[in-house]
Design a protein around this ligand. Structure first.
Ligand SMILES: [Zn+2]
Length: 234
């Protein structure tokens, strides 16, 4: 155990699905109703900004009506009690990790409850709609967009994420399909760096074969069990 000090946890849609948030990639998920290129690319936004704003306004409203589940609570407990390094890298744009109480969180794909001003490049916490083109509180331009990373855009804070990976002893992937890069590549980076790797997912993922260990089941059950093990309270 002396080796295990720094941990990087990657979370994906699977952890939020149990809170009732629509996932993007599962069958019957959001992508069945909307085309990726229409609502999640800069080109789609250029073509039809109102469609894109309505899509994210609905997501922003929905996210405020759901609550963190036991998986979020367990990671928040890990954040509170783990004395070593920890970085929770989430692909999710909801704020359920934070609402559960976690603070060592990076949103690599941005956040629904944030609006980005492309004019002054400031971001503002945002809970209401953007469809009616509200003013940017900093520069008053009416150009606010969802502060989410679209396909073709650079994920946020990659330097911080790779720095955490380089000093980590354990990489844990929770509820993610292993289909979206660069996150899908973290496990192979982790293997190359020589650390232990663990996957907790509802079912085996495209990337399962990369992991030393892969556990199948709902995040709400697997994550609390794993955190108990790690903190020695299981
Ligand atoms: Zn602005």
């Amino acid at each position: 155990m002396a080796e295990l000090r720094n941990i990087v946890v990657l979370t994906g849609a699977g952890i939020s699905a149990e809170s009732g948030i629509d996932t993007f990639r599962d069958a019957g998920g959001l992508w069945d109703k909307h085309r990726v290129e229409d609502v999640a690319t800069p080109q789609g936004y250029e073509r039809d900004p109102a469609l894109v704003q309505r899509f994210y306004d609905a997501r922003r409203e929905a996210v405020q009506k759901v609550a963190p589940n036991p998986a979020h609570e367990a990671l928040a407990r890990l954040d509170r009690e783990w004395e070593g390094g920890l970085l929770i890298v989430t692909q999710n744009v909801d704020d359920l990790h934070e609402r559960a109480g976690a603070s060592r969180v990076v949103h690599m794909h941005g956040e629904l409850l944030s609006a980005l001003c492309p004019i002054c490049e400031r971001r503002h916490r945002w809970t209401g709609p953007l469809i009616d083109r509200p003013e940017c509180p900093s520069c008053e331009a009416r150009s606010l967009r969802p502060d989410v990373v679209w396909f073709g855009e650079m994920p946020y804070q990659m330097d911080r994420i790779y720095a955490a990976l380089r000093s980590a002893h354990l990489f844990v992937s929770i509820g993610t399909s292993g289909a979206v890069y660069p996150a899908a590549g973290f496990v192979s980076d982790a293997r190359e760096l020589g650390m232990k790797t663990l996957e907790l997912n509802l079912e085996r993922s495209e990337g399962s074969h990369w992991f030393h260990e892969s556990r199948e089941g709902p995040a709400g059950k697997l994550v609390p069990e794993w955190v108990d093990e790690l903190l020695g309270t299981g």
